[in-house]
Design a protein around this ligand. Structure first.
Ligand code: ADP
Ligand code: MG
Length: 690
């Protein structure tokens, strides 16, 4: 199936010269299993050009200095390194050499000589050092040191320079490709041909070549985005070709809606209208309803389920946790059963006879709606006529899980719900194959959450205040971050915090990621029932959990969280009519960016605005928050620098697929090559996208 032209790039890495059984696994770890991955290994490029002064040396950076050799310090034992003490007018540095050098080094770099020295600076307990400088050149021969040099990731036993030789060889194997870009576009954007662009990545010629906006880097990014967008456009088109049952807006749904003690917001109304338009189209719906925590997605889903029930079909609403499933059940079963629509709750706790009865209800005319957890897609769960699947917090489920549930009906409509705000500019990369409705309006009457940033040294005051409000009957979340490599120590920190709070506050609970599902649910349920006044958690506080009595949210080391995450955490309070507060504890001093980020949270409560500003401020640098929102792991495309290319690639992909759905034209065939070229990455990226 794969075009022949790509064979050399899809060969395993051990086909590269010099890659034997020892090196292959190391190279795989650094780059990936195939030659293509090695050719796509993005270097971190350094400018060695002008020497810096030692007083400006920065730990961990690759820098260049002009130094005077002052003294050779021979090793006193074989295990010790050879050291050279060198200086410039602003300071000293020790050059360190491991291995046996005899007098070689002293001959080549005699005391009193000047050398241009380039390499990685290390400031540690041994003082300022450079271990094995990359270059030591006579100032007369400074041109031996490249001005700009790509540095590749390395691993134990495989140094960066060896990686570079493999990259260059992988590049040799990369063929000239049939052009998949539109010639007019190439000319307008000054895009080089693909192979030339890739070559330039590994051999930058000027500082300008390092900017993500350099034409060759934009071209590679665009190619990658186009490959991904094409895959999504194809899936969307395929879905449209599948006929699905038409479902009409019903009188029952109108009554269910009218029974609610509140009126829909405009945004809720629009989301429901979008769903009804899909229902009436005869095509299978795949719609994401996106809205902040508390924006009222569940009742929109409830009305859609009422329409399906009125048409004689069934719906399933799947939530990621038991407690969320229960909350949904409590929200919708009353209003629906008042109009004769029976709702069944099915979770992992249902066993034996009770479970058998519920399965019977779903297999017959009895129940029209199932609410539950993963228990819903187990093999023995059968529906009479499943027509709508609703997934809450859709990013918490894999595609396979969702499909298993959808497969219990024929051409089932899909409604996905998500509360993770994602900047508009990135929406296409995450949800390109779904239609999106945004609920960008909050129900009226919510009191805004007063948000304050407080430095850690003043935590005592926060705890004191907490004692007062808890004594008055309020409840609080206390979030400890999960940041370090070792979850164990983070957990220990959370446990310590819980212990410390227990000494001064009544009924403190702890929930963390290492607990089993039922254990977590039990603690959450105690908190929801008011048996606990304070819940200490390591970020796992279940997304979407509704505890109206909780009015305080304390977040430790708030500066370490992504803004979107902070916003979601804050969304857990301020649900009742009472005044709520969010306290962002931070370790001073805050960097300017960190300060700005926390300020945004204080100023706005709009998740979409927050996500957009966060992206701007981080410049796309921090991948963690993005990955949580489902942003794909692109090799070349940068979410911030290339954001305008995302829209362009999305438009182009849709146009291409509309004109040439099978990619059968000459250009279409070249585009097939492009898609194959990125296939693994694209598949990976699509994992959670729908
Ligand atoms: P989401 O799932 O989007 O986080 P929910 O559907 O759980 O939000 O709604 C949060 C709360 O707001 C629920 O108690 C719900 O009854 C209530 N609610 C929903 N829509 C409205 C509205 N238009 N006006 C007032 N309250 C609403
Ligand atoms: Mg919800």
């Amino acid at each position: 199936m794969r075009p022949e032209i790509l064979f050399p790039l899809f060969a395993p890495v051990n086909t590269l010269k010099g890659v034997g059984p020892r090196v292959a696994p190391l190279l795989e770890r650094v780059a990936g299993p195939i030659v293509r991955d090695v050719a796509f290994l993005k270097p971190h490029t350094v400018v060695r050009r002008t020497p810096a002064v030692l007083s400006a040396a920065r730990d961990g950076e690759i820098m260049t200095f002009e130094l005077l050799i002052e003294e050779h310090q021979r090793p006193r034992a074989n295990s010790q390194p050879w050291r050279i003490r060198a200086s410039d007018p602003t300071g000293f540095i020790t050059l360190v050499f491991f291995g046996r050098f005899s007098d070689q080094l002293e001959k080549r770099h005699p005391v009193g000589a000047r050398r241009i020295v380039s390499g990685k600076v290390a400031d540690d307990k041994f003082g300022r050092q450079m271990v094995h400088p990359d270059y030591m050149a006579d100032p007369d021969k400074a041109e031996e040191i490249p001005e700009i040099e790509p540095i590749y990731p390395a691993t134990e036993g495989l140094p960066a320079r060896r990686v570079r030789t493999f990259v260059l060889e992988a590049l040799e194997r990369a063929p000239e490709m049939p052009e998949w870009q539109d010639p007019a576009y190439l000319a307008r954007e000054r895009f080089p041909a693909w192979r030339e662009a890739l070559g330039r990545l590994h051999a930058p010629e000027s500082e300008g070549d390092l900017s993500p906006l350099a034409p060759h880097l934009r071209r590679l990014a665009y190619d990658e985005l186009l490959a991904h967008q094409l895959a999504m456009a194809q899936r969307k088109a395929a879905r449209r070709r599948e006929p699905a049952a038409r479902i009409a807006a019903s009188a029952v749904a109108a009554q269910v809606q009218a029974d609610l003690p509140f009126a829909f917001t405009g945004a809720q109304g629009r989301a429901l209208a979008d769903i009804r338009a899909d229902f009436g189209s005869g095509e299978r719906m795949s719609r994401l309803v996106q809205g902040d925590v508390g924006s009222g997605k569940t009742v929109v889903a409830m009305c859609a389920m009422a329409d399906v029930a009125a048409a004689g079909g069934q719906s399933a609403l799947m939530a990621p946790t038991e407690i969320l499933a229960r909350q949904h059940y409590e929200t919708i079963s009353g209003p629906l059963s008042a109009h004769g629509i029976d709702v069944v709750l099915l979770t992992g706790r249902d066993k034996g006879k009770a479970r058998a009865e519920k399965l019977m209800a779903l297999g017959s005319d009895q129940a029209a709606v199932a609410v539950g957890t993963h228990a819903l897609f187990q093999d023995d769960v059968a529906f009479r006529k499943l027509q709508l699947v609703v997934i809450d917090e859709q990013h918490r489920f894999g595609v396979a899980e969702r499909q298993r549930l959808q497969a219990k009906g024929r051409a089932t409509h899909l409604m996905a719900m998500s509360a993770t705000p994602i900047p508009r500019t990135l929406e296409l990369t995450v949800y390109g194959d779904l239609d999106v409705s945004r609920i960008d309006e909050k129900p009226p009457g919510r009191t805004p959450v007063a948000t304050r940033a407080v430095p850690m040294p003043r935590m005592g005051e926060v705890v004191q205040r907490l004692r007062e409000v808890v004594a008055a009957g309020a409840q609080a979340f206390w979030i400890c971050p999960l940041v370090s490599e070792s979850e164990v120590s983070d957990l220990a920190a959370a446990e310590m915090r819980a212990l410390a709070l227990k000494k001064v506050l009544p009924s403190v609970g702890l929930v963390h990621g290492k607990m089993s599902g039922p254990e977590k649910d039990a603690v959450m349920a105690d908190f929801a029932d008011g048996k606990l006044s304070v819940l200490v958690a390591t970020t796992v506080v279940e997304v979407g959990v509704n505890v109206p009595n909780a009015t305080i949210m304390v977040i430790e080391q708030a500066e370490r969280f992504g803004l979107a995450q902070l916003h979601q955490l804050r969304g857990r309070v301020g649900r009742g009519a009472r005044e709520s507060a969010c306290v962002l504890l931070y370790d001073p001093p805050l960097s300017e960016t960190a300060q700005q980020r926390l300020d945004i949270l204080r100023r706005t409560d709009d998740g979409f605005v927050i996500a957009e500003r966060d992206l701007e401020l981080r410049g796309g640098g921090d991948a963690l928050g993005l990955r949580q929102s489902g942003f794909p792991d692109y090799v070349f495309a940068d979410p911030f620098a290339h954001r305008e290319l995302i829209a362009a690639a999305g438009d182009d992909a849709r146009l291409i697929i509309a004109r040439d759905p099978e990619l059968a034209s000459e250009r279409g065939k070249a585009l097939q090559v492009l898609q194959e070229l990125f296939d693994w990455k694209a598949n990976f990226a699509l994992r959670d996208a729908g």
